[in-house]
Design a protein around this ligand. Structure first.
Ligand code: BG6
Length: 487
């Protein structure tokens, strides 16, 4: 099941950073060993570190052993893979330091060039400028920008403007790795290849939607970054907004990149802006205090490196309203947090109850139908339906049962999000990447809440690590007579 792709040079700026070792190198290792990268494709790490190529290769080997899934590292495969690895020492603030990269790339000027900027966004502009100065941007060049792009609409516009001086919009790939997850792409398959859902998918039949991305881990050593961003900028503005778009968007006219992105941007533009009263009533921000994780005691957020007295939220819950015909009166409740009871991401589509129950008089209680799309760690799609309990009793008794859909994988390895996305960049397919207007529309909507929080319209709540978040999140949905679907 392999297919050889175009000859390419893949540059990873910030290639000795956490993301590069945790996600990008493992993804490239799999693409290479599964035959999706041609044998001559070069993986060029750009880093400030001064080391020779053999030290770099040894470092990559150690990190792959650490971050690849158990049993996936194969010494013979690595022997072949390592021949493609290069290291160029570059100081991103000094354009003179790009000479080595120029020499390397000039060996194959005809190749596709993927520039993956896995650095702080503050370097995006200077890196692009240096690439341009050294004439390293060709028609076959693409640039990949990691999220979050900026801290708000204004800073994101500054960054995008800088990059757009050197690359055309169709050469820019703004990554949101949730879009590379197979289960997330399956939302499109589920909605648009099953006639069954078509007439049901609107306010006529849907009561509300819940989207939860809960993590049991904390900040994982990324204190400097996280404390600047928090849950709203790190998760809601991008991953949760994208999930919401996939659930709420109209059917695109094709799978062509702009058709899908056009529909997503329409959803983002239909989000009802939050007024100060809405911010107070429909948003929750909270920070975790000490508690436990998998039975072990864990410290609170404020006990992390250099974040004492921090006002950064590690949990957010929101009620989102979409002002369009399809979703009028259907709230979307979304929440995401770190150090929660367990790691799970799911989307719950809660249908309305039947208009009239013929079972009401014999005490049978009818639960509403639910479609539960579990994205991770368990991957499943469950449809909850009512069914008669078999038996001869005079009164008909009902129970809720689940129809479960599991994609047969025939023991195949499921590709990681970054494999899919890197391959799409190499193939020049931008469908799963965010267009400029999408990023801006998402910032525009979240900015109002961030500003409201800065003005203290919603007090910061606390929750113990290892729980389902603060009680304020329960009240947020309970106020509307509903409750969270907690696993
Ligand atoms: C990243 C965030 O984008 O997504 C992290 O920066 C978060 O804070 C991660 O932990 C979650 O991704 P996943 O794929 O593990 O759900």
């Amino acid at each position: 099941m392999s297919e050889l792709e175009n000859l390419c040079d893949i540059m990873i700026f910030g290639g000795h950073g956490d993301l590069a070792f945790r996600k990008l190198m493992p993804a490239l290792y799999f693409l290479y060993s599964d035959g999706y990268l041609t044998a001559n494709a070069r993986i060029i790490t750009l880093s400030r570190d001064h080391m020779d190529c053999s030290e770099h290769i040894a470092l990559v080997e150690t990190k792959l052993q650490e971050f690849l899934p158990e049993g996936a590292f194969e010494p013979e495969k690595f022997e072949r893979f390592k021949k493609q690895l290069r290291l160029v020492t570059v100081d991103f603030t000094d354009s003179q330091s790009y000479k080595g990269l120029k020499e390397l790339l000039n060996e194959h000027p005809e190749r596709e060039r993927v520039n993956y900027l896995s650095t702080s966004p503050s370097f995006f502009g200077s890196i692009c400028q240096s690439l341009s100065q050294w004439e390293l941007i060709t028609e076959k060049s693409r640039v990949v920008l990691e999220k979050p792009i900026g801290r708000d609409l204004q800073s994101s516009q500054v960054i995008n403007k800088e990059v757009l001086k050197y690359f055309d919009e169709n050469q820019i790939y703004r990554i949101d790795h949730y879009l590379g997850k197979d289960t997330v792409q399956n939302i499109m398959a589920l909605r648009f290849s099953n006639r069954f859902f078509m007439p049901l998918w609107s306010s006529d039949n849907i009561d509300h939607v819940q989207i939860t991305v809960a993590e049991s881990v904390g900040v994982e050593g990324r204190w400097g970054y996280y404390d600047e961003y928090g849950a709203m900028r790190d998760m809601i503005q991008n991953h949760l907004m994208q999930l919401l778009c996939l659930v709420a968007m109209e059917p695109p006219c094709s799978l062509e990149a702009d058709s899908t992105r056009d529909e997503k941007v329409k959803v983002l533009r239909s989000l009802r802006p939050m007024t100060p009263t809405d911010i107070e009533q429909k948003s929750v921000r909270a920070q975790y205090t000490s508690g436990s994780n998998g039975g072990e005691a864990v410290p609170g957020y404020q006990e992390g490196e250099g974040v004492e007295n921090s006002t950064t939220e590690t949990f957010t819950a929101l009620r989102v309203d979409i002002d369009n015909w399809r979703w009028n009166g259907v709230p979307f409740y979304i929440r995401s947090g770190k150090r929660m009871r367990q790691r799970y991401s799911e989307i719950v589509i809660q249908f309305k109850t039947v208009p009239h129950s013929i079972f009401a008089n014999n005490g049978a209680c009818i639960s509403e139908n639910q479609l539960v799309i579990s994205l991770q760690p368990k991957e499943s799609i469950r449809l909850k339906l009512m069914n008669k309990i078999p038996g001869l009793s005079e009164n008909m008794h009902l129970q809720q049962v689940e129809l479960e859909l599991n994609a047969p994988m025939n023991n195949q390895r499921k590709p990681e999000a970054y494999e899919r996305l890197l391959l799409d960049v190499i193939r020049a397919n931008p469908t799963l990447f965010m267009r400029l207007d999408e990023v801006e529309a998402a910032w525009k909507w979240t900015d109002a809440i961030i500003k409201g929080w800065a003005a203290n319209m919603t007090p910061m709540k606390k929750y113990n690590a290892g729980t389902d978040g603060p009680s304020a999140a329960i009240h947020l949905i309970a106020r509307d007579g509903r409750s969270w679907h907690d696993e």
